[in-house]
Design a protein around this ligand. Structure first.
Ligand code: SAM
Length: 236
């Protein structure tokens, strides 16, 4: 049965994988991965051996054609990004769009289509929100801010937001980002979740300046970060 499984992988701790995800990996014909070396570690841990193909942001559109050809041949294809849920600040959307379009064409031709299924699991976004301790009944997710064009506009959007804003950031840029947030909203409550599910997992809260100071006090800033900005404290 031709199936494309968009499968979430752990964001650090290799035990964060569902039974269904493991079964899907074991039963598939081929795994397309953002980086085959990264998925190899997970597969080795669970003693799964499968043919691996690379499909990253640069090759997504081209490789989608290859995936469609495999689905037409009746294969079960898995796609995984490096960590967490594909499509969330990761490749996956263009692959799914291309496969969905070919399903549409098959349907119009009266032919059998493919199944596209989600195999849900970890995401840094939901993991961070679950331990933020802030009301996230509603929130805005902006992912990574653009490095240049549009950055200032988005910082203003964060400052004006009436609901918490969630961002992803790398260790090289986290201090810069906190400095920019401090300029736009110095009294915001910032909650930074670092190294989720890993040995050095921690959550640091405070004003943007306090959080930056706290991270800098640790010496070299390492790890991966989810940044949650709550600017509407006085309304609580
Ligand atoms: N698709 C992934 C997901 O579902 O979370 C996100 C991929 S994005 C390229 C990578 C970013 O996610 C990192 O720069 C960081 O902001 C966040 N991230 C990933 N793993 C993390 C972790 N263990 N702790 C904190 N943030 C993490």
């Amino acid at each position: 049965m031709s199936t494309l499984s968009i499968l979430a992988t752990p964001i650090g701790n290799l035990e964060d994988i569902t039974l269904r995800a493991l079964r899907t990996l074991k039963e598939c014909d081929v795994i397309y991965a953002e980086d085959t070396r990264v998925i190899s570690k997970l597969l080795a841990r669970y003693e799964i051996k499968k043919p691996l193909q690379r499909l990253d942001a640069a090759t997504e559109t081209k490789k989608a054609e290859e995936v469609i050809a495999r689905l037409e041949a009746g294969e079960r294809v898995v796609f995984v990004s490096d960590a967490g849920t594909p499509g969330i600040s990761d490749p996956g959307a263009r692959l799914v769009e291309a496969v969905r379009q070919s399903c549409e064409a098959l349907r119009e031709a009266g032919r059998e289509t493919f199944t596209i299924e989600a195999i849900p699991g970890a995401s840094a976004l939901t993991a961070a929100l679950s331990i933020a301790g802030i009301d996230v009944t509603q929130f805005t997710f902006l992912g990574f801010l653009p490095h240049k064009k549009g950055r200032q506009t988005m910082l203003k959007q964060i400052a004006a937001s009436e609901i918490p804003v969630v961002l992803y950031e790398s260790p090289h840029r986290i201090i810069k980002l906190l400095g920019e947030i401090a300029v736009h909203v110095p009294n915001a409550r910032v909650t930074v979740a670092r190294e989720l599910t890993k040995i050095h997992e921690e959550v640091v809260c405070g004003t943007p300046a306090d959080v930056a100071q706290s991270l800098e006090n640790r010496g070299a800033v390492r790890g991966e970060f989810v940044v949650m900005v709550d600017t509407f404290l006085e309304e609580d």
